[in-house]
Design a protein. Structure first.
Length: 457
């Protein structure tokens, strides 16, 4: 809603639009690729976050779009009253980001959807539970005890939760669960087979090279790496750092690489697959999150794009300098695919490795992400909304990808960076969407009175 209450802002696909309450036709203001939250400020500027790691400012009058910050997740932004600080969700929780100084100030770890409300409180969610605490707007800090205030709120991946509070104290929310806690499920020709690991928040996952184990991030607040044994149903926790992401297997299945955030930067580590094993930095000065491992080569998300680190000679090779992510090397290390938004929409590109300057677009529709190679390197899969697509990639020095076709279409959960796996026998491993979309809203008037009663200063 605009500050004067006369306009409503909304997204249609990647377009930011507004419509007046007097019934005039909607007006398109600008474009934000895969938007994830927005706020309309008093200076007639709209600030929006997106999945690719950008904080964008759009003029509410149209015609002016500016990237304020990028490459560090700025989700669900809220412009704090009377300041240049923007409350948002980053990799490790809710924080305040100053658009002038570039400073990020942690507010609440392992939380999402932080929102300051006029009652003087900060509200946020962790999985499907809402919390609140007194908040000092000048000091930008929580000034009292945090209290859980509502459970059973529908929550998506990336912590996006279906709730909001109006300035007059009306709380609206969609009842439901956190989709990350739904069942890991095999999907094949014989139907669906749920694995016995549901009941906790599942993040990025990857099958071991021999397909007998699954490495997975567990937890939506503090998160760590676990290994699930698909043959016995056993599981083992490998890390205890509490803020790790994106585990990938070594080609021989004896080691894991993963990313951890430090001072707003992603650092990559390697460890053997043993509980209590010590993790070590891949290289002392190397920044970026590991996304794929083939031989002595490791693909990295390194701002502002995709690079490959040759661990044999400690050489970093740039692949896609524009905003790109999710690089995956083919099993033989001769090709690499990745997602890029350089064209104004997310598309999958592939090219030979080492780079020759020739790259080809694999996907044919915007919103394409999460490329994954088949075990033999002849197929490239990727996600497009609720579909998994596949394209044949001939074994040639400079291959031309075949036209993509639909390999799977169903309601599955969009997990950041990797939402699915493909087994050699053609089965897909996904987190089953199960409950589908939210279909009901609950409204609680005079919520501020209840908030003040339950949350003491």
């Amino acid at each position: 809603m605009s500050p004067d209450g006369l306009w409503i802002g909304f997204f249609v696909d990647n377009e930011v639009r507004k419509v007046s309450l007097d019934g005039q036709d909607p007006v398109t203001l600008g474009t934000v690729i895969n938007p994830m939250g927005a706020d309309w400020g008093f200076d007639d500027q709209i600030v929006a976050g997106n999945e690719g790691g950008r904080l964008t400012q759009i003029s509410a009058e149209g015609g002016s779009t500016t990237v304020l910050r990028e490459r560090n997740w700025f989700l669900y932004p809220q412009i704090l009253p009377g300041s240049t600080e923007i409350l948002n969700t980053g990799w490790s929780g809710v924080r305040a980001s100053n658009v002038r100084t570039g400073r990020d100030r942690p507010i609440r770890p392992f939380a999402s959807n932080g929102r300051y409300v006029p009652s003087g409180h900060l509200m946020w969610n962790q999985l499907s539970t809402l919390f609140a605490a007194p908040f000092d707007l000048e000091e930008l800090s929580i000034s009292g005890q945090a209290v859980p205030i509502l459970s059973g709120v529908r929550t998506e991946i990336y912590g996006g939760s279906h709730w909001d509070v109006s300035d007059n104290g009306t709380l609206v929310y969609a009842p439901g669960a956190a989709v990350a806690t739904l069942a890991l499920t095999w999907v094949g020709s014989s139907g669906l087979e749920a694995l016995p690991f549901e009941g906790t928040a599942h993040g990025t996952f990857e099958l071991s090279p021999d397909e007998t184990r699954l490495v997975i991030v567990v937890g939506s607040g503090p998160s760590d790496i676990w290994v699930y044994d698909l043959l016995t149903g056993g599981r083992e926790r490998l890390t205890s750092q509490g803020a790790v992401r994106y585990p990938v297997w070594s080609p021989d299945g004896t080691q894991l690489a993963f990313a951890e955030e430090e001072d707003g930067r992603a650092l990559s580590y390697v460890m053997t697959v043993d509980a209590g094993a010590e993790a070590r930095r891949i290289a002392p000065d190397l920044l970026g999150a590991a996304t794929s491992w083939s031989g002595d080569l490791m693909a990295l998300e390194e701002a502002p794009g995709v690079a490959v680190f040759d661990m044999n000679n400690t050489q970093l090779i740039e692949v896609a300098p524009e905003p790109a992510w999710g690089g995956v090397l083919s099993p033989d290390g001769t090709k690499i695919a990745y997602t890029t938004g350089a064209s104004g929409e997310y598309q999958i590109f592939g090219e030979p490795f080492p780079p020759t300057g020739l790259r080809r677009q694999v996907s044919t529709q915007g919103g394409s992400e999460e490329p994954r190679w088949s075990r033999d390197g002849t197929k490239l899969y990727y996600r497009n909304d609720q579909r998994i697509m596949v394209s044949l990639i001939p074994n040639a020095p400079e291959p031309s990808p075949g036209a993509p076709s639909v390999a799977l279409e169903m309601d599955f959960v969009n997990i950041g960076r990797r939402s699915y796996e493909v087994a050699t026998d053609g089965r897909f491993l996904i987190v089953d969407g199960g409950t589908g979309l939210a279909t009901r809203l609950n409204v609680i008037p005079n919520w501020f009175e209840e908030l003040k009663r339950r949350v003491s200063n």
